[in-house]
Design a protein around this ligand. Structure first.
Ligand code: SF4
Length: 285
């Protein structure tokens, strides 16, 4: 059996950095309590492991405001500036594990809005990353997700400066399409493509492997949207594509009749799980 593991399978740079930060804080603060503001990652296995080591997830701003002690780790998605202010005002120690690529967007949005630009974020307004980016603007902000919203966007003054940024995981072609619609409106516009390549590279590699594999295994949490997307791409390229969360979900009978297996994993899948699946397939088939 030939097994091809995607080089881009698993944690991207920003997620790895955030997860490692929490484990480092657990090691450093043997006495103090560690919190993450929101789950550090969309993966039940990792969250459970961290819980066992005493890490608590804060699920709302209210829970954050009620804190009186401990250290809070901010996840890779980032948070609005107001959240940092709450922690500063309360004197709660925090470690900012916002991905540097997201942090760069915070800086752009802050500076451009301070200089009078109207900010447009191309992305999903309810996604935590976009909520965070929005929270660094010092003036008006719009979030645009589709062509209808782009077409509807208007400002009273044509001369108004407009700065467009993107959610890091937004599709590049869709971004271009929406930017084109907005550009035609004739505003004084600057467009900054802030899409991160990690997602695109993972998707392209997965699609390529799936197209030459007899069966394809996609590993990731069922709630992870980027793993769902990977599964969709791989299913289109290989009809024997299987979505598993852990090795326990693998149905061995499904792999018996194929000669090659491809393996990829979503951005929130720990290496340990990928290794387990890879080793199992290599040894048993
Ligand atoms: S996908 Fe890119 S921007 Fe998002 S956390 Fe990973 S490395 Fe950072």
């Amino acid at each position: 059996m030939q097994v091809e593991l995607a080089k881009t399978a698993g944690f991207c740079f920003g997620v790895r950095r955030a997860v490692e930060t929490v484990y480092q804080e657990v090691k450093k603060n043997k006495e103090g309590k560690i919190y993450t503001y929101g789950p550090i990652i969309h993966n039940d296995e990792v969250i459970r492991d961290l819980e066992e080591q005493g890490v608590t997830v804060l699920n709302s701003q209210e829970e954050l405001e009620n804190l009186t002690e401990g250290t809070v780790v901010i996840r890779s998605h980032g948070v609005p500036e107001a959240v940092c202010r709450i922690l500063d005002d309360k004197g709660i120690c925090y470690v900012d594990a916002t991905c540097p690529f997201v942090k760069k967007i915070h800086r752009i949005v802050k500076e451009e809005s301070e200089n009078g630009s109207h900010i447009i974020i191309i992305g999903n307004g309810s996604h935590p990353e976009v909520v965070g980016i929005r929270g660094w603007a010092k003036g008006p902000v719009d979030v645009i997700q589709n062509a209808e919203e782009a077409a509807e966007f208007t400002l009273e003054k044509k001369s108004r400066k407009v700065c467009v940024v993107s959610q890091t995981t937004f599709n590049y072609n869709k971004f271009q399409e929406l930017v084109e619609i907005i550009t035609k409106k004739g505003y004084d516009i600057i467009v900054l493509n802030t899409i991160c390549n990690a997602t695109k590279e993972r998707q392209e590699e997965a699609g390529g492997i799936a197209s030459r594999a007899g069966a394809m295994i996609v590993i990731g949490d069922k709630k992870s949207s980027n793993t769902q997307k990977l599964f969709e791409i791989c299913s289109n390229a290989c009809e024997n594509t299987y979505y598993i969360q852990t090795l326990g979900d693998l149905n061995v009978n499904q792999l018996r009749s194929v000669e090659s297996v491809g393996i990829t994993a979503g951005a929130s899948t720990p290496n340990k799980i990928i290794e387990e699946v890879q080793n199992y397939v290599r040894i048993n088939f």
